[in-house]
Design a protein around this ligand. Structure first.
Ligand SMILES: NC(=O)c1ccc[n+]([C@@H]2O[C@H](COP(=O)([O-])OP(=O)(O)OC[C@H]3O[C@@H](n4cnc5c(N)ncnc54)[C@H](OP(=O)(O)O)[C@@H]3O)[C@@H](O)[C@H]2O)c1
Length: 110
């Protein structure tokens, strides 16, 4: 299977690259997911069977002061990746985080 991992040098990305031994990985230097043209070009040229997005703006505290960039990386960029995946009919796996919840329901979310 031709697997493409985005954000391949982060904690999750590194783990995924070791699980999918033949995967192609792009780190931020190689593919900035906030650059729509680059996302479309790189994903379409690879024709992956599966795209896993492990890229993310993960510094929770600085996300509050850099809300625009955090929203771009964790929100808007997903439209670009989805668009590219649709072009090549590749499923997209994306990871969310419990940090998006306010904690009012306690620790457990199903
Ligand atoms: N680790 C966990 O336990 C955990 C738990 C639940 C959910 N998640 C989710 O899993 C995802 C990855 O988390 P992680 O722990 O692996 O975080 P991480 O170690 O901070 O890795 C995130 C990676 O994304 C890259 N990145 C940031 N902006 C980018 C951009 N514009 N384009 C391309 N790459 C970009 C970062 O590169 P730079 O370092 O160069 O900025 C980094 O390599 C996040 O969505 C996170 O919310 C993780």
């Amino acid at each position: 299977m031709n697997v493409l991992v985005l954000g391949s040098e982060g904690m999750l990305g590194t783990a995924l690259m070791s699980v999918f031994e033949n995967a192609v990985g792009y780190d931020k230097e190689e593919l900035d997911i906030t650059d729509r043209d680059m996302v479309l070009e790189r994903v379409i040229e690879r024709e992956p069977d599966l795209v896993i997005n492990a890229a993310g703006y993960t510094n929770v505290d600085s996300a509050e002061s850099n809300a625009e960039l955090a929203n771009m990386v964790n929100g808007e960029a997903l439209y670009f990746i989805s668009e590219a995946c649709a072009e090549v009919s590749a499923p997209l796996v994306h990871f969310s985080t419990d940090y998006v919840f306010d904690g009012k329901n306690g620790d457990g979310y199903s």
